[in-house]
Design a protein around this ligand. Structure first.
Ligand code: NCD
Length: 528
């Protein structure tokens, strides 16, 4: 049986189920013991000289890059440090073309990529699988080493491994304080899913408003059953008395901040920097962690704490080496044959968003003359789109009518308007199209996505002969009129990668970009 981990991509921490993550942590613990006890390490090595490991760092890095470089060398394959500064990126080559070329050099390739663009590994996973199939190559492994403000799953793995060590591998509960720049910190964003490895999770968020955790991640934490408390500063956190034992600090990510926030830098920094006077207010068991680097002039964990028992961050940082050896090993299929937990599934999308209404139940509908009109004349033949934005305010209804007409290019003889519903005190929009005698599946999907909840009526000889009720489609792709509105998303038109935007509908009815996971209201995704 082959390993369920073989060939996997790690774009976000949720790409691994909790069982899979825990398996990885256990294997890492075995490796760490073997290294510390100077035991035989051969069983942990891939040892294939034809395997290629490509480190592509499009943003600065010390720890992640160097620990991955050493982890890849441990496996004794070909380690390539891709020189971004001297590559064809400077000749405006797309990353898609670059990766396609590199994967031809090895029988099995692992790409470890850090980028400012969010969702890059997710895109490459799909695109290169297709290319590999066509070219008879093995599909590569992609590991996200941090993508913009989105996620940092391998940091998450080393963090959780460290917390498990701290808690002596007791997974029943964790109480953790997240301190610092929670807005930009991707290592914190990954915690919204990564902490699920513990059964009961209490998260204390300590940050002033300007650096607060984005609402989408707070929501995710709550949905995952975490208890979430918020505090504006370390001082106010200490004042309330119920402090966590595990404190996870992050630096202020100045390089990602706008001028407005930068102006307040000093004040913001003060609220999340630990001060000498606080030290007696901590319990003896307290440990500080930090993904690092620290700012050498204004560190949020000051240097005088380095030699105290609070220092958990040095051991944490070394754990990055062990966990990354194991990530490479697992995704190259070295372990996992004995894994019997839950394996991650590809998401499936329900298809039924176009509901055909059974007209035989309403036989009177057929015989009754229709009251749909084109101008002042009733529609005899054609299509009528009804119930547009029903129940919303008049401006929204007009806006939907306008969107349907523009996006679908309905520049034909027709009429439209906002009307009162028959028996309810509501308004709705109607578009009558006497020259349109049929609608294909793609158009139905488009209409469903522009104005979900509408109905489409096919009229012959003044009677409705077919009627469809349209709900939000579970997935949206293949339309040239849509795009992700996150300027850092790899699918954003500004990056000129050959990517088709792709969205799926979340449980809360939002459209989530398949690459960067930004949530959109359905009306937001259209460009027209
Ligand atoms: C973090 C990162 O790059 O997101 N660093 C790291 O990988 N160890 C945190 C940071 O840059 O502040």
């Amino acid at each position: 049986m082959s390993s369920p981990f073989l060939g996997r991509t790690l774009s976000v921490i949720n790409d691994l189920t909790v069982d899979e993550q825990f398996y990885l942590y256990q294997k890492t613990a075995e490796l760490k013991q073997a290294i510390l006890n100077e035991e035989n390490l051969e069983p942990f090595r891939i040892n294939k000289s034809e395997s290629g490991y490509y480190l592509i760092f499009l943003e600065d890095s010390t720890r992640t890059k160097e620990s991955f470089r050493n982890a890849a060398s441990f496996h004794k394959g070909r380690v390539n440090m891709f020189e971004v500064e001297r590559s064809s990126f400077n000749k405006k080559e797309s990353i898609t073309d670059t990766v396609k070329m590199l994967m031809g050099y090895s029988s099995q390739s692992t790409f470890i990529i850090r980028s400012r663009q969010e969702g890059l590994c997710r895109w490459l996973e799909g695109a290169m699988k297709e290319y590999a199939q066509k070219s008879g190559l093995q599909a590569p492994v992609f590991i996200n080493a941090g993508d913009g403000k989105h996620e940092h799953p391998t940091q998450e793995i080393l963090d959780e491994f460290t917390f498990l060590e701290h808690l002596h591998w007791d997974r029943s509960s964790i109480h953790i304080a997240l301190v610092g720049d929670l807005f930009h910190g991707r290592t914190v964003h990954s915690k919204a899913d990564g902490l699920k490895v513990f059964n009961q999770v209490t998260v204390d968020l300590i940050a002033p408003d300007e650096l607060a955790l984005p609402e989408a991640y707070v929501e995710k934490m709550k949905k995952n059953g975490f208890t979430v408390n918020t505090f504006e500063s370390i001082e106010s956190y200490l004042d309330q008395g119920n402090c966590a034992e595990i404190w996870y600090f992050t630096r202020l990510q100045l390089e990602r901040m706008g001028d407005k926030v930068l102006d307040k830098e000093k004040q913001l920094r003060r609220s999340v920097t630990f001060r000498k006077e606080f030290i007696n207010r901590l319990s003896e068991k307290t440990r500080f962690y930090h993904p690092l680097p620290r700012h050498r002039e204004f560190p949020v964990i000051p240097f005088f704490l380095d030699s105290t028992s609070l220092n958990g961050w040095d051991n944490q940082s070394i754990n990055g080496y062990y966990t990354r050896i194991m990530e490479i090993a697992l995704f190259n299929g070295l372990f996992g044959d004995d894994f019997n937990g839950e394996v991650a599934q590809k998401p499936g999308y329900p298809k039924e968003f176009i509901e055909e209404v059974d007209l035989s139940q309403k036989s009177n509908l057929k015989s009754k003359p229709m009251d749909y009109k084109v101008g002042i004349k009733p529609v005899e033949q054609g299509i009528v789109i009804d119930h547009i934005a029903i129940g919303t305010d008049l401006e929204t209804i007009w806006c939907h009518i306008d969107k349907v007409r523009r996006i679908m290019g309905l520049n034909i003889r027709s009429s439209h308007g906002v009307y009162h519903c028959n028996d309810r005190n509501l308004f709705k929009g109607i578009i009558s199209l006497p020259d349109k005698l049929s609608f294909n599946k793609k158009h139905l999907k488009m209409l469903a996505a522009i104005t979900p909840g509408c109905t489409l009526n096919l009229i012959k000889d003044g009677a409705v002969v077919q009627k469809f009720r349209l709900h939000s489609p579970p997935r949206l792709y293949g339309f040239k009129e849509i795009s992700c509105k996150n300027e850092n998303c790899i699918s954003h038109p500004a990056y000129f990668e050959p990517i088709q935007p792709d969205f799926y509908r979340s449980d809360s009815g939002k459209y989530v970009c398949r690459y960067c996971e930004r949530e959109h209201h359905y009306s937001e995704i259209w460009d027209i």
